[in-house]
Design a binder for this molecule. Structure first.
Ligand SMILES: [Zn+2]
Ligand SMILES: [Zn+2]
Length: 265
């Protein structure tokens, strides 16, 4: 499998996951043009995409969806609640709604040679999910926008070869930062976003022999710094109840404004 971050953060998210013959995008929260530019670095174009998976309806995940779908007839997979919320947002005017395929959270489905599990996550959206992918015994996952995680998520993320995981904020930077009280409370809440520390703890629980690459993603521009996210996550792994160390795996920060490296698994 191959995996690449096209863009990551509250200004827009889009992630590529594919095999030799199957090409999937998770979320379309950036412009069609930027998605096309990202795909070009993979020698792909919009017509090559076999499926677009949406995690939830927040604008940083669907902001470019309507424009993308008006140009490319790509089937879209999302939970019923997410599809309803997307329709209500009005972003998909003049889009062929027969492209939308409802999936159930905690359900498994297949796009050509990639098996996909949608997993329910705790976030303040209609019916948000994370996705796990499997192809030829290699497993990877995209897990962003969650305020907390449970044992079901921990179990589902074991045995991965790569994980694209949220490290949204440094708790102290958020607490002392400029955001209004209500917004701070929302981000720190159970249906908010994963802190660097919580990300490191979740990683400690799921790290295994097969892990080859960790993408830290959805970093807050105001309440985090790339080096801080990296160091906090490594420290949590060092202190965590795991045989692995913070330096055992490449940990890469996904950028807000440009594609990251292409990872071959
Ligand atoms: Zn988001
Ligand atoms: Zn969100």
């Amino acid at each position: 499998m191959r995996m690449m971050s096209i863009a990551s953060g509250s200004s827009g998210n889009s992630i590529y996951v594919g095999s030799d013959t199957t090409h999937i995008l998770v979320d379309a929260g950036i412009s069609k043009k930027r998605i096309e530019e990202g795909l070009r670095t993979l020698d792909l174009c919009g017509d090559d995409i076999n499926a677009l998976l949406i995690t939830h309806e927040h604008s940083d995940h669907i902001g470019g969806l309507g424009v993308f779908l008006r140009k490319y007839n790509v089937p879209v997979y999302a939970t019923e609640g997410t599809i309803e919320a997307i329709k209500a947002s009005g972003d998909t005017k003049k889009v062929d709604m027969s492209l939308f395929h409802p999936i159930r959270n905690d359900e498994r489905f297949t796009i050509r040679d990639i098996e996909i599990n949608a997993m329910s996550i705790s976030h303040d959206a209609a019916d948000p999910v994370a996705y796990r992918f499997k192809n030829e015994g290699v497993k990877t996952a995209v897990v962003t926008d969650l305020g907390e995680y449970n044992e079901v998520i921990e179990q589902a993320l074991k045995g991965l070869s790569a994980v694209y995981i949220e490290a949204n904020h440094d708790i102290r930077m958020l607490e002392t930062g400029p955001y209004p009280y209500q917004l701070k409370k929302r981000i720190l809440g159970k249906r908010g976003h994963l802190s660097n520390e919580a990300c490191g703890r979740l990683l400690s629980d799921i790290l295994g022999e097969k892990m080859q690459h960790i993408f830290l993603s959805h970093l807050s521009a105001e309440n985090n710094l790339p080096e801080l996210a990296y160091e906090s996550v490594r420290l949590e792994i060092e202190m965590g109840d795991t045989d692995f160390h913070g330096n055992d795996f490449p940990i890469d920060i996904s950028h807000r404004d440009r594609p990251g490296m292409i990872i071959e698994l």
